[in-house]
Design a binder for this molecule. Structure first.
Ligand code: ZN
Length: 184
């Protein structure tokens, strides 16, 4: 975890949860990877895999979710209905930077606030002993912090893939600061 992550995780998380009105999202079929990222970042996200546009629109109307799409037709249709929508490319870092610029989403992963990338349920930190036998022995020996999805049972830890996650987030933060400089 980066320094920024450690700071926001430890000292300001409680305050920012209270102050921020968290945006909730519905992500179209073509953006499964982005849906998983938003969940890891802690944002309540429906992945509308295989849904027709009209169902996505109705869900957004009913629940106040922001539609995220690559599809210009769906994007325009949403705007005509007065629904908030964001048009993104399939580049994850670019899409996250755009959502950072528009909705102020935090581009830092704090697993204590993450949702399960598979099913959108908030993760719970668990004692290491409780997941013994549920992860490969090498993983059990190498890591001390684990989280579990109480719904689907998936266990998470900051494994070898964490560096790749941090690199993508760093790229997103770099793009975001470029957006912000351009806006000034
Ligand atoms: Zn899950």
């Amino acid at each position: 975890m980066s320094k920024e992550g450690a700071v926001s995780g430890a000292s300001s998380a409680a305050a920012s949860i209270k102050l921020r009105r968290e945006p909730r999202f519905i992500v179209d079929s073509m953006l499964g990877s982005l849906a998983r990222w938003l969940r890891m970042l802690g944002y309540d996200t429906i992945y509308a895999k295989g849904w027709h546009d009209s169902r996505i629109i109705e869900e957004a109307v009913a629940t106040g979710r922001v539609i995220i799409t690559r599809d210009k037709g769906l994007y325009r249709r949403a705007l005509r209905r007065g629904i908030e929508a964001v048009l993104v490319s399939d580049n994850v870092a670019e899409a996250l930077a755009k959502l950072g610029a528009v909705y102020g989403i935090e581009l830092v992963i704090d697993p204590d606030r993450s949702r399960c990338p598979l099913c959108n349920t908030p993760l719970q930190r668990v004692e290491k002993l409780s997941i013994r036998g549920r992860v490969p022995p090498r993983v059990y020996e190498s890591y001390d912090e684990f989280w579990i999805c109480p719904r689907c049972g998936q266990v998470y830890w900051r494994g070898g893939h964490w560096r790749g996650i941090e690199e993508t987030l760093e790229e997103a933060r770099r793009l975001l600061s470029r957006f912000q400089r351009r806006r000034r």
